[in-house]
Each structure stands twice: as C-alpha cells, then as structure tokens.
Design a protein around this ligand. Structure first.
Ligand code: M6R
Length: 607
C-alpha cells in the first residue's frame, strides 16, 4: 500500500502535493518524493523518511511548475531508501512514474528491458514503467500507459508524466484505488480522497483497467482498448476525518474491512498458473528445505497466535515437528536448536524486541532464520536468511487485524510450499488447498458483511464481565486471538482455552452472565467442540457458536454465526473476522477509543 497524488493547475505544486501526500501517510510512510514538470525539464526530489522530511528538503527549492506527481511509499520491492523512493524515471529522465501496487511480472519485464539496453537504478518493480514508456516516445502518453497496463500483470495504480507533455498527467488503475478530483481550472488524481478534499468535493472514482488522461480542464477515461468511458462525477459528503478513515468510524474498523484486499495482495504472484505455490523470493535452497528436521515458530501477542496456526499447518501438511514459543520465553528455556532447524520469527512490525532477541539467539546456534513481517527492511527482515512479507499495508489501529489474517495466509502458503518441496502431501490435495486459499478474499468479504448482525448480537454485552473463547485444533488459535482482541480494546476479562480443557477446571467459572464463544470449523474436532459447548450451556451463560454453512448440532446455542464453507485451517482465516468485529462492537458500545487502547503501544521495543 502506497499513496499517490497528482496535480495540474495554476497553484504552486509543492503547496498542493506535499499536504496531499501528508494526508495519505496512513497508506505508507517509509519514503516519499515528487516529480514536477518545470518548463523544459522534469525535476525529481525524493528521500527516505516521512513527508515532513521531504518538505524540509524542498523548503528552499522551487516547487512550482505546470503539473506534478508525488508518492508516499510502503515498501514491497526493494528496501525503503532514497533510491527506491518514487517517482521513478526512465534512462533519459523524460518520464516519471509513481505506483501503488505490485507488478507481478516485473522481473521478466526488467530482464527484457535490460536486454534492450536500459539501465536501472532501483530495486523496485515500478521502475519498469518509465523504461517501457521511454520506448514509446512517439506514442501519445495515454496510449503508452494503456500499453503498459496491457503488458504489466498484478496491481497497479499509476500516475505518469512526460517532459514532452506539459499539459497532461496520465493515470491508470487495476486492483489499487484511484480517484480524480475536479476543481475550477485544476484537476487532482490520488489514491484516496483526503489528498484533495480541502480543494474540491467533486470526485470521479476510476474503475479497474481504466486509463485517465487529465488536463487542467477535465479528465478523459478510456478502457485498455482506447474506447472512451463516460465519467460519473459524485460529490463527497465526508469531512476530512471521516475521509481519512475511508468513511469508517475508526482505523480499526477500516482495517477489518480492508482484509479481503490485504489477503489478495498477500497471495498475489505467489500462486502460479499451474496452481502451485511460488515463493522464489525466499531464496532458500530446496535441498535445505528438504533437510530440515525441526521448525520453531517464535512470536508475541497476535503474531504468536499466527505461530500456533503455523504449527498445525506445517505439521499437518509436511510432517515436520514444529515447536512454538512465546518470544520472551524462548531464550530462557535453553531450547535445542541446530543447523537443521528452521526458525520462523513472526512479527508484523519486525521490530518487537522480544522476537528479535529470540531469533538472534536461535541464529547464533546455527539455525536458518525465516522472518515473516509486514515491514520491508525491518530489523527482522534484515537479520533473517529469508523473508516472507505479508502485504497488509500499514496498520494504524493498535489492535492487529489485517496483519493477523495476512500472517495466517502467509503461513499457510509457506506450509503448502514446504509440502510441495518435500512431496509430503498428495499434489491434488495441495492444489485443492491452494484453490481454496485463492477463494479467501471473497469468503472474508462475505464475513465482513455480517458486521451489523454481530453488532446486534453484542448490544447487551457492554456490562458483561467474563468472556470465554473456545476452540480445538486450528480453531484454538482463533479462540485465543478473539480473547486477546476483546481484552485489549474492550478492557474485559476474556480467556481463550482449548475447548477440551474446560472440564479440567475452568468450567467452574461458568454461570449465568458469562458469554462463551465456541469456534467449530475443524472437521476432525468440531463435533467434540460442540459437545464441550453443550456442557457449558448446561451450566448457564450465553452461548455463541461459529460454524460453517451446512453444519448443525447447535440447537443449544443462543447465537450462531455462519461462516462460508472451507477446508480445515484455511477456514479459520474467515473465523477470526467475526471475533474482531465482536471485540470492536463491544468496545464501541462502551465508548472506548478502539484505535488507541490504554497502556498499549503498536510496537513493543522493550523487554
Ligand atoms: O509487531 P509484532 O507482530 O511483533 O507485535 C507483537 C505484539 O506486540 C502484537 O501482536 C500485540 O499483541 C497487538 N497489540 C495485538 O493486537
């Protein structure tokens, strides 16, 4: 996720583009840059850091011009430094492009361009855009961008300017958001409305596979064949605060709703046409992956729940023994680690000190280290032998939501990849699971759509003091995560338990007034989970069951949340979403600030 903005009009570019980018920092903030069309040249300024740093760099420079584009980055390819910051240019400096998304076939395009003599200066996927357009110097810019859109695969929101076109910005969209704003004799283009809301409320949403040529007087939209598409203009009713949250009440709710897209981004380019997992980015030798005889997965908090899920997935699909550890405990129990051990550290921030200290300890014992993180070039990424990035984009809410579901997806991809490499699973079964992973964005959006239903269910829960979340097997980490979400944002006592463990003691706590939530999706154990739940129901309390479509045996439940059918483990990605919504609605009913819960920090860099 990155933010792009473009402006064409009479005002000084810097005064429009820099504040516009600052409004988009929620989309990424590791580096930023501008390209301005100034007379007979394009001027590009970019650097690592936030928009304020870029503004400082530009303070004494001329930021006027005919038109300009800007970018705030959340790295997906290439470290977050000044060289990889956008805009990116061609060999001549005549074309500048900013991009939000992932060009899946960039390596192939880059290879071909280098073969034709182009010189690249960055490690990004985006740089291919400028070089491709450089080869079309005689083609109108909008047609050149259409051709780029035809040859590039993946997600692209682009804005491009060219020295020989002083009156036009051309933008395009596929799977990444893009909106155009129309002012009086000035036009804007951006990833999101807040970038231009203080200047105009007239907006055109650009659809997938559309190219829009923008001049100071208007916008012409075409499909990829060049046929004109009528523009539908709307008036924005939101104020700036609502616009920054995409119209949601909080970043957390927005991020819950972003999960289908975040999961699609995490899967993008990692499953090939023949339906196999492709994780070339890992750069771990298949021989090494075949030789591993033990896996440790180490993490904290929500990421630890992803580690729990990883254990089920890797053991079930590859038969490699997996141990999981809370990072702050790992070093102090003298774990047995050797060069045939794969240690996986999971951390959305990649900066959690407990996790870093644990994986450093393992690496010192000779283990191979795989980092799973959402932040490119974070400490975990830098220190690992290999990295698997979740691609959730920045998460502003302190409570992890989209970074968790993308961790689950990343770990399931990894489990299936190991199964492929080690031939530990029937190829047909691998293919089936991969197909189901690909269905997740749709399944998750279906569940996100049940928010009102969940809100209604939680209406009377603002004063409930005790919640229990139960599950077995793959449903157990989901239950643990449901309890953590409720604890951290609604400040209520919520315990996650393996459902079968309740009868060994905690069942003594069940009485009228407690709420018990049971997750029952895992085929091997769901009947047992339901009978454990029936035991609770007999002792009082309000019972909620999460089960798949078509399942029954839940007559004793007070509420049933139905999930789309899916295979074991993969289905749990959908199961966690109602629990995020449940925590959200309880906290909201209590009037709490869900984005900034008390006593918590987004990244914990102390032991
Ligand atoms: O950045 P990390 O994934 O390493 O963070 C780990 C935990 O601090 C984090 O998951 C924490 O539990 C969150 N508050 C969960 O919502």
């Amino acid at each position: 996720m990155c933010g792009i903005v473009g402006y064409i009009g009479p005002r000084p570019m810097g005064e429009i583009l820099l504040p516009g980018l600052a409004r988009l920092e929620y989309r990424g903030y590791d580096s930023a840059g501008l390209a301005l069309h100034q007379g007979d040249k394009l001027t590009v300024s970019k650097r690592a850091g936030r928009i304020a740093d870029l503004a400082e760099q530009l303070a004494d420079l001329d930021t006027g011009g005919h038109l300009g584009i800007g970018h705030t980055r959340w790295a997906t390819h290439g470290a977050p430094n000044g060289t990889n910051a956008h805009p990116h240019t061609d060999c001549t400096g005549d074309v500048a492009a900013v991009h939000n998304g992932i060009i899946e076939n960039w390596a192939e395009l880059k290879r071909e361009l280098i073969g034709r003599g182009h010189e690249f200066t960055s490690d990004t996927d985006t740089e291919v855009v400028g070089h491709l357009i450089e080869e079309m110097a005689d083609v109108p810019l909008d047609e050149a961008v259409r051709r780029v859109m035809q040859s590039a695969q993946g997600a692209l929101a682009l804005a491009v300017i060219r020295r020989s076109d002083p009156e036009m910005i051309v933008a395009a969209r596929r799977h990444s958001p893009l909106v155009v704003g129309r002012g009086e004799g000035e036009m804007f283009v951006a990833s999101d409305i807040p970038a231009f809301l203080e200047h105009t409320r007239n907006m055109i949403v650009i659809d997938d596979d559309r190219v829009v040529a923008i001049t100071a007087d208007g916008a012409t939209i075409t499909n990829l064949e060049g046929e004109e598409i009528p523009a539908v203009e709307r008036t924005i009713e939101w104020d700036l605060d609502a616009a920054e949250k995409g119209g949601y009440e909080s970043f957390m709710l927005k991020e819950i709703h972003e999960q289908p897209q975040a999961i699609a981004d995490t899967l993008r380019g990692r499953i090939d046409e023949s339906g196999r997992v492709r994780l070339h980015e890992l750069e771990l030798d298949d021989r090494l992956l075949r030789a591993i005889d033990k896996v440790f997965v180490i993490a904290c908090g929500t990421s630890y729940h992803a580690a729990m899920m990883a254990k089920y997935a890797i053991e079930r699909w590859t038969r490699i023994p997996v141990e999981i550890d809370i990072a702050s405990e790992f070093r102090y129990r003298d774990p047995v680690v050797d060069p045939r051990t794969l240690v996986i550290g999971i951390s959305q921030s990649g900066e959690t000190l407990d996790t870093l200290a644990a994986v450093r300890y393992a690496a010192a014992q000779g283990a191979t280290l795989l980092g799973v993180t959402n932040v490119v070039d974070s400490a975990l990424a830098r220190e690992s032998d290999a990295v698997l990035y979740t691609r959730a984009g920045p998460e502003i809410g302190v409570a992890a939501t989209k970074t968790f579901t993308t961790q689950l997806v990343a770990m399931q991809l990894l489990g299936l990849y190991l199964a492929q490499v080690r031939a530990s699973m029937d190829p047909g079964a691998i293919e089936y699971h991969i197909r189901q992973l690909n269905e997740l964005p749709v399944a998750v959006s279906q569940v996100v759509g049940s928010s009102d239903e969940i809100k209604k269910m939680t209406e009377r829960w603002a004063d409930v003091r005790d919640f229990f979340f139960l599950g077995r097997s793959g449903d157990f980490p989901v239950a643990m995560e449901g309890a953590l979400k409720l604890k951290e944002i609604a400040y209520v006592r919520a315990e996650g338990f393996a459902a079968g463990e309740m009868k060994h003691g905690p069942i003594a706590l069940i009485e009228d007034g407690v709420v018990v939530i049971g997750v029952a999706t895992d085929t091997h154990v769901k009947a047992k989970t339901l009978s454990n739940m029936a035991e609770m129901a007999a002792r009082g309390g309000e019972m909620v069951i999460l089960r798949e479509e078509g399942d029954d045996g839940t007559d004793f439940a007070d509420h049933v949340i139905t999930l789309p059918e899916g295979p074991d483990l993969i289905c749990t990605v959908t199961a966690v979403v109602p629990l995020q919504l449940l925590a959200y609605h309880v906290a909201n009913a209590k009037g709490l600030d869900v984005d900034k819960p008390r006593n918590l920090a987004k990244t914990v860099t102390v032991e």
